[in-house]
Design a protein around this ligand. Structure first.
Ligand SMILES: [Fe+2]
Ligand SMILES: [Fe+2]
Length: 193
């Protein structure tokens, strides 16, 4: 059975009470949808769904991350392609499922990066991703103490898998996150005045 986006979102909300985890799910969903456009023939709904659901288990089952999500998604009737994509975002950390498809490589690359972009946007007076420039993001990226939990080596490994430069990954993630700026609270409406 094909699952609707609404069903997936309800499932995310059922397992994630944290506002920041919900926003992370929406940020990764939007970024995946937008980046699918770079791959002719890809299905933006499928890409968005993988982004939306990738951390389904993280709040309740952090010790079984990815593995528990696979179990939950299987029980809900999600297909094996989506489940594999979810598993592969934990490659080298909590799973040995190597990203192989374009969707999987992009998910692996941008997952943590969306957190860094969010943190960088929130540092701006505008509190917005709409006026966050590559140069400013790069500076933060190169400062290890900034968003220290974001493992830069994963982003770089992912960029290598995709054959994209780091600049391209950073710039295209900024652009992609702008498409959902309002949904993820990064459109400036929370600006400090
Ligand atoms: Fe994760
Ligand atoms: Fe994530």
């Amino acid at each position: 059975m094909i699952k609707s986006r609404d069903q997936a979102w309800e499932l995310v909300k059922k397992y994630n009470q944290s506002e920041s985890l919900r926003r992370h799910a929406l940020a990764v969903e939007g970024t995946m949808r937008a980046l699918s456009e770079r791959f002719p023939g890809s299905n933006p709904d499928e890409w968005g769904m993988a982004g939306l659901l990738h951390d389904l288990d993280y709040e309740m089952y952090p010790d079984q991350h990815c593995h528990k999500a696979a179990e939950l998604l299987q029980a809900e009737g999600y297909d094996a392609t989506l489940i594999r994509a979810v598993m592969s975002h934990g490659f080298g950390i909590v799973t040995d499922v190597r990203p192989e498809t374009d969707l999987e490589k992009v998910l692996y690359t941008i997952d943590e990066l969306t957190g860094l972009v969010t943190a960088a946007a929130l540092m701006r007076p505008s509190r917005s991703v709409l006026d966050l420039e590559l140069k400013s993001l790069k500076k933060k990226y190169k400062t290890p103490s900034f968003a220290a939990g974001v493992d830069r080596s994963i982003i770089e490994t992912g960029a290598g898998m995709l054959g994209w430069t780091l600049d391209d990954v950073l710039e295209s993630t900024i652009q992609a996150m702008r498409t959902v700026a309002a949904e993820i609270g990064l459109d400036g409406s929370a600006a400090i005045t």
